[in-house]
Design a protein around this ligand. Sequence first.
Ligand SMILES: Nc1ncnc2c1ncn2[C@@H]1O[C@H](COP(=O)(O)OP(=O)(O)O)[C@@H](O)[C@H]1O
Ligand SMILES: [Mg+2]
Length: 207
Amino acid sequence: MEFQQSPLVLTEARVIGEGGHKRVYVHPGDDSLCVKILLHGEEDSDWRKEMRYRRSREKRGLSSQLLTRFYGSHPLADGGTGYIFERVRDYDGQDSRSLREYLDSKESRLKPDMVLTGLLSFRDLLFEEKIITSNMESSNFLIQWLSLSSYRIRIVDNIGSPVTIPLIFYVDFLALRHVKQYWERFVRDLQRRYPQIITEAVAAELR
Ligand SMILES: Nc1ncnc2c1ncn2[C@@H]1O[C@H](COP(=O)(O)OP(=O)(O)O)[C@@H](O)[C@H]1O
Ligand SMILES: [Mg+2]
């Protein structure tokens, strides 16, 4: 007998976030998950990049603390397809906000001294896991509070590479070189955009 998946009904009231490519909803049947839908159809090149990279990591048996878990696709009631992911939430159940939102806000609970320590831990894990991104943007890094005073950073978007034969997926020293280049660029961007928080001294420690 064929297994029938009942289509998911998504409601606008349960939208968590939206970017240039996707809208993200709370999963209607499980609060610990979210459902991503593609705003520009299934041929989205960003999305294909991400899926290709996730498949290559899966084949190599690589796990990650930085990336969210992916649970596959599911039909939607409106006829589309939803992609099911781990939903990144803080210890109190609130949806985690992006690094960008914290850095942009004047009254941020993410104090400048906490930015440096959090980014240093993030950098170490990024170099260890060698997550390939096609660009690093603070809007795709979520600050996941684990308690009132500690957090970790999670990567939710822009992973993978646009090149046809991505050797960096398979050759670790090339992957590390890529990650280090992108990290340097990311630190420079932060320094340019948030000079009060990412001062020259902070940037020097992060490099
Ligand atoms: N796994 C997740 N858990 C919680 N929120 C998420 C998750 N993935 C994305 N989001 C939120 O939704 C926004 C848009 O998702 P994203 O995957 O970045 O789409 P886009 O490709 O359109 O930028 C993110 O900036 C973030 O605020
Ligand atoms: Mg995004």
